[in-house]
Design a protein around this ligand. Structure first.
Ligand SMILES: [Fe+2]
Ligand SMILES: [Fe+2]
Ligand SMILES: [Fe+2]
Length: 352
């Protein structure tokens, strides 16, 4: 992160710092794939706004981090609420609304992050005092909190959500300018269009990235082929009852799977969620969570049989468990080949 590069020690410390923050964002993305990219974009926009306002370097850095972590409290919101498709009930809204406070609590573990914790607590406050959690009004709200509120709303309106398509740019610009003095600090009006332009560029960049989609899908299918042939290899060894070799191959399969899933996680799923219609998003969401579960089960299997002797202790049980997990894995990969990848290609073609 270029923003941190001052002195040499500083670089080291701050790289570690920003790495740790990226890990926290990643944790949230595991819970909620829809927030993919949202945290990073809000962070970038908030930092841009702070720079435009000529804030000092350390405030810019703090706002940047606060933007990236503003929704971290969603980690504490139950799945059935966080991942719900369709309208939320009043009680479910109450659950969601706890996230600024949970986020601030998480960050308040560190004295050094207390300013950032405060901005996070305030990112859903409104200028007119009707926000949450504390109904703060106008300048009672930290400037960082006010900036986050604007950037967060802008990104949310422009992105695809589980319950609706992205809103049009004309609508967004009008909505933001109409909300100055009610939802947002009117002092931020002059930065709103810079932020909207920035967002639009950022979105176009990500969107154009889709043109490589067909190549990317070929690449993922190539990985599938490697996985299929490795599974064939393992099956042959299992029949020969060569336990130590089985352990090595099980591990090899785990690492290929991990790389493959990471590729899908970082590119395929976010693209499909961003550009697909509601039907696509529902399907993608199902694939995403199913694969998460399956990959956890495979990891457990790998850990259980991490030594040849453990296989030899009960070969029959191993054979059974091996067959179960492999059958499920193959079923799943074939379904991706038949449903998910062709879908991704269709969307790639449509956007050209
Ligand atoms: Fe939020
Ligand atoms: Fe947010
Ligand atoms: Fe796959």
């Amino acid at each position: 992160m270029g923003i941190f590069k001052n002195g040499k020690n500083e670089v080291y410390k701050s790289d570690l710092y920003s790495d740790a923050i990226r890990c926290m964002i990643r944790a949230l993305e595991y819970r909620d794939p829809y927030t993919k990219g949202h945290s990073l974009r809000v962070g970038e926009m908030a930092a841009l706004c702070a720079r435009e306002m000529n804030m000092d370097q350390s405030s810019v850095i703090k706002i940047h981090i606060a933007g990236q972590l503003h929704d971290i409290g969603k980690i504490g919101v139950p799945d059935q609420v966080l991942l719900k498709e369709g309208r939320l009930t009043d009680d479910e809204w109450l659950e969601i609304r706890k996230h600024p406070v949970i986020g601030a609590k998480i960050l308040s573990e560190s004295e050094q992050l207390s300013d950032i914790a405060e901005m996070i607590r305030q990112h859903h406050e409104r200028w007119d005092g009707t926000g949450y959690p504390s109904s703060l009004k106008a300048e009672q709200i930290d400037l960082g909190g006010r900036i986050l509120a604007l950037c967060d709303t802008l990104d949310a309106m422009a992105s695809t959500r589980p319950y609706r398509e992205p809103l049009s740019w004309d609508f967004i610009r009008k909505e933001i300018s109409d909300s100055m003095g009610t939802q947002f600090d009117p002092g931020l009006s002059k930065y709103a269009s810079t932020l909207a332009d920035f967002w639009k560029n950022r979105f176009d960049q990500e969107y154009n990235g889709l043109q490589d989609n067909t190549i990317f899908i070929d690449y993922l299918q190539g990985q599938h082929k490697r996985i299929y042939s490795l599974i064939d290899e393992i099956r042959a060894i299992v029949n020969q009852k060569n336990s130590d070799m089985i352990v090595v191959k099980i591990r090899q399969l785990a690492s290929i799977l991990e790389i493959h899933l990471r590729n899908e996680d970082r590119s395929l799923y976010p693209d499909l969620i961003k550009h697909g219609n509601k039907q696509v998003r529902t399907l993608v969401h199902r694939f995403y969570s199913e694969m998460g579960n399956l990959s956890n089960e495979y990891t457990e299997f790998k850990l259980k049989y991490n030594k040849g002797s453990k296989i030899e202790a009960d070969h029959k049980l191993f054979d059974e468990e091996f067959n179960t997990i492999i059958t499920r894995l193959l079923f799943r990969l074939e379904k991706e080949d038949q449903e998910l990848y062709p879908l991704a290609e269709t969307i790639g073609y449509q956007t050209k």
